[in-house]
Design a protein around this ligand. Structure first.
Ligand SMILES: [Zn+2]
Ligand SMILES: [Zn+2]
Length: 827
């Protein structure tokens, strides 16, 4: 007998064994999606990860019910990658499957009820309550109904009892209907009936027949002009899209075409079409010519990749790294292999994809989480069938079914959006790219103007090759960065609200000259919070321990963690005073102040609040690109890779806020963010200007940003990391303990902490401690940070012990309702 190990989308860290029934013996392959029963009447789609002949010892395996496809959806190297993710990031392989497989390839299982075939209502009337009878009569009419509709039909909230009773009486059956989620997109097309297409003579007869029917004759003429069957009668086979036929060019009367179809002159048929139009109307272009500096950098990269598997491409902002990527991708395509171009955030993709399409046309595929299921499945299949040789996508594209991957580019490799947070697997896209590349013997290029400390460290240690690009493209220079001392300016009365005279002056001047500006404030909303002027009371979120953020637009205060919102209180809850005021500065307020001081200027805003709708992000950027906005105010969203020729001035309203995050990466983040946002200025032609406003003009980090001095920044930062045992010198694992009661969280965290101290040693365990925000969505949190050495430690064993400690804690009765999540390499 043969057995299959099946990976199921459940958070249990193992695969499950099923029997392969003899009739499916030849059909089941590794990577196939199969339908199996799991637990109590639940149907799941799983992936076959292994086929073997070892019968499980402890239980009798159930059979595989169905094989859902002819060709496997998943290949063996993908399963290997999933297993690696599960092991390294300490989660179940089912959880990996859940994020790896687009939901369009999963099946949904929904319970239905139907009358038991042996049950006859009329003979059993006295057995049924009124409610049960109502349901049974309904079922008699409808055959089957979804479980979820039963409540509605009976007008009760919880129909469980009724259903249970009926099952016990053998009056109904619970069945599972499985529906395939992926639906191909179909297009209605029209062609000439075969008899006319095959014999051109018969067309003459047709024209005679229609000679008195002007509209029908028109339709026939239009068809022949669109589909040249007299040149090649085979063209008729594909016909023409009905919509195009009716509406493009000279419009036709739909009813005449309908009549002709009824009379057998035309026939209608359907064809599957790709969901997104990748073919470009514009002509394809050759890839751009490189500058001498870019050429040299490309050569260094190619040389580097011949010696090492990874090359760090360190190119300052505006140096044109993308052109170098293009050349690398081009040679991959020419070799008939696959390339993956990873970007940190989907928001960045539209500008980039537009550019890339022109060069790569139809072999370019796109993949990200904002796509619909159907779109994702189509890209998946396109990669599998070899249509797409290049994929641009966010981190989830690492899970696509590559078979011949030879290059991965990780653009903006320092960006923290590469890290997946909740749910598990909490993987780091950049790091996983290295693993995926290793499995395919592919090369990796990590690109950034501000490399992560981790990557730069490995380049310094000669583990990675290094290619620098230290001049801007064309004749552009790096912007001049001016540090403005806000405290001094205030004393001199040269501040208007949050704007120094220098900033206002240059913004005004820049707009007058027809150039654009960007203003950066890393906080959305109007003011961070509302407070009572008398007693300093601040409204906080009822479910999270955070101050509510003031949003002027609806005069609301909102929680940025759970979305809770309420009206701004008129009176103080604590002392009853009516003197409520707003404190601090968000993007909304910057926008408003700007309108007061520079009323003639057109201001736009780019932050999470203005970009919630699907296309609003693109819309704002297009408006800016086309010059409908003079000054764009934004959060860190505007720091990322956007390329606008006309921006000369960047203002950083308050550079200090970024320095005070309680995180060992605070300085690294601040350096990256300030450098990136400054880099938006003066990318073409004249040198740009950056105004950096701060309360601490002597802070050395700002001076390093101003001098674009990555190397000195790196030297200081790496020393600190080494001294305090932080990555890249150690590996961190963060445990977050959650429960609905503060005491319970506290006790559980202490219990777990003690186990870990005993098993791993005091010096490796930090905490438990409450995080800055210790309550989110009504759950109280506590954290334990585990620091493991990079070398000389058995990582697998250490992880095993951590896992064991968590199980042991979970088994203690009082801690039943405590949850622990594991984050390996937290960011
Ligand atoms: Zn008060
Ligand atoms: Zn909240």
């Amino acid at each position: 007998m043969k057995f299959a190990e099946v990976i199921l989308p459940v958070p249990i860290p193992k695969s499950f064994c099923y029997v392969i029934p003899s009739q499916l013996d030849l059909e089941v392959l590794v990577g196939h999606r199969v339908l199996v029963e799991f637990g109590n009447r639940k149907m799941y789609t799983g992936i076959v990860s292994e086929i073997h002949e070892t019968e499980p010892e402890k239980y009798i395996p159930k059979p595989i019910l169905e094989v859902l496809e002819v060709e496997p959806s998943v290949n063996a190297s993908q399963i290997k990658l999933w297993q690696w993710v599960a092991d390294y990031y300490m989660c179940s392989i089912g959880e990996v499957l859940n994020v790896a497989l687009p939901s369009g390839l999963k099946l949904s299982s929904q319970s239905y009820i139907q009358i038991h075939p042996h049950f006859i209502i009329e003979e059993n009337l006295e057995q049924l309550s009124d409610r049960e009878f109502t349901l049974m009569s309904y079922l008699e009419k409808e055959q089957t109904i979804p479980y979820t509709q039963v409540g509605e039909i009976l007008e009760i909230k919880s129909p469980y009892k009724t259903i249970k009773n009926l099952i016990e009486k053998e009056a109904i059956l619970l069945i599972e209907k499985i529906k395939e989620r992926y639906k191909p997109k179909m297009e209605k097309r029209i062609r000439l009936s075969q008899q006319y297409a095959d014999q051109p003579d018969s067309l003459d007869d047709l024209f005679k027949l229609l000679s008195k029917r002007q509209k029908q004759e028109d339709a026939l003429l239009k068809y022949l002009s669109l589909v040249p069957i007299h040149e090649d009668y085979l063209t008729n086979f594909h016909g023409v899209a009905k919509r195009e036929f009716l509406h493009v060019g000279r419009p036709l009367s739909p009813s005449s075409v309908g009549t002709m179809t009824k009379n057998g002159i035309f026939e209608e048929f359907e064809r599957q079409i790709p969901r997104f139009e990748l073919s470009v109307a514009d002509k394809m272009q050759p890839t751009p010519v490189l500058s001498p500096a870019q050429k040299e950098c490309l050569q260094k990269t190619i040389q580097g990749l011949s010696e090492k598997n990874v090359c760090l491409l360190h190119g300052i902002t505006g140096s044109g790294k993308t052109e170098i990527y293009l050349q690398l991708i081009k040679s991959v395509i020419e070799n008939g292999e696959q390339a993956l171009f990873l970007i940190p955030e989907i928001a960045l993709s539209s500008q980039l994809v537009k550019r890339l399409k022109v060069y790569f046309g139809d072999v370019l595929g796109i993949y990200h989480s904002k796509f619909s299921d159907n779109e994702r499945v189509e890209t998946w299949k396109g990669v599998q069938e070899g249509q797409f040789q290049v994929i641009v996508g966010t981190r989830s594209s690492l899970f696509l079914p590559f078979s011949d991957l030879s290059l991965i580019i990780v653009d903006e490799e320092h960006d923290s959006s590469y890290k997946a947070n909740d749910p598990a697997p909490r993987y780091q896209g950049r790091d996983l790219a290295l693993v995926l590349a290793h499995m395919h013997h592919a090369k990796v290029v990590l690109g950034s103007a501000t490399p992560s400390l981790e990557s730069f460290y490995l380049a310094v240690k000669n583990k990675y090759a290094y290619a620098g690009l230290h001049e801007r493209f064309g004749d552009a220079q790096l912007p001049e960065i001016k540090i403005i001392d806000v405290k001094a300016k205030r004393k001199q009365k040269k501040m208007k609200d949050d704007f120094s005279d220098d900033l206002l002056h240059i913004l005004h001047q820049n707009t007058e000259q027809g150039y654009q500006s960007i203003l950066f404030q890393n906080r959305r909303g109007y003011s961070p919070y509302v407070t009572c002027d008398v007693c300093n009371w601040v409204p906080t979120c009822p479910s999270c321990n955070v101050k509510l953020t003031y949003h002027i637009y609806r005069n609301e205060i909102r929680c940025h963690y759970c979305g809770h919102k309420e009206h701004v209180p008129h009176t103080c809850v604590s002392c009853g005073s009516t003197e409520m005021k707003t404190v601090g500065l968000g993007t909304q307020k910057v926008e408003e102040e700007l309108k007061t001081y520079l009323p003639e200027v057109r201001v736009g805003r780019l932050d999470l609040d203005t970009t919630r709708r699907k296309h609003s992000y693109d819309q704002i950027l297009t408006d800016f690109e086309q010059g409908h906005i003079d000054i764009l105010v934004g959060t860190q969203m505007i720091t990322k890779g956007l390329d606008f020729d006309n921006v000369r001035v960047v203002g950083i309203i308050n550079a200090d806020t970024m320095l005070y995050f309680p995180d060992f990466r605070a300085h690294e983040r601040a350096f990256q963010m300030l450098t990136q946002v400054s880099g938006r200025a003066g990318r073409r032609g004249e040198t740009g200007t950056v105004i950096l406003q701060t309360q601490q003009p002597s802070e050395t980090l700002f001076a390093k940003v101003a001098r674009n001095d990555y190397h000195n920044f790196y030297r200081k930062e790496i020393k600190d990391r080494e001294q305090y045992h932080y990555p890249p010198f150690t590996r961190l694992i963060k445990l977050t303990i959650r429960s609905e009661k503060q005491d319970l969280t506290h006790d559980a965290a202490n219990y777990l902490g003690r186990l870990l101290v005993n098993w791993l040693g005091q010096k490796r365990i930090l905490g438990p401690q409450e995080p800055g925000i210790n309550k989110i969505r009504n759950y109280y949190l506590s954290e334990i940070l585990i620091k493991l050495e990079r070398e000389g430690i058995d990582l697998k064993k250490a992880k095993g012990l951590i896992q064991k400690a968590i199980y042991q804690q979970k088994e203690e009765k009082p801690f039943k309702r405590v949850w622990v999540s594991i984050d390996v390499d937290p960011q």
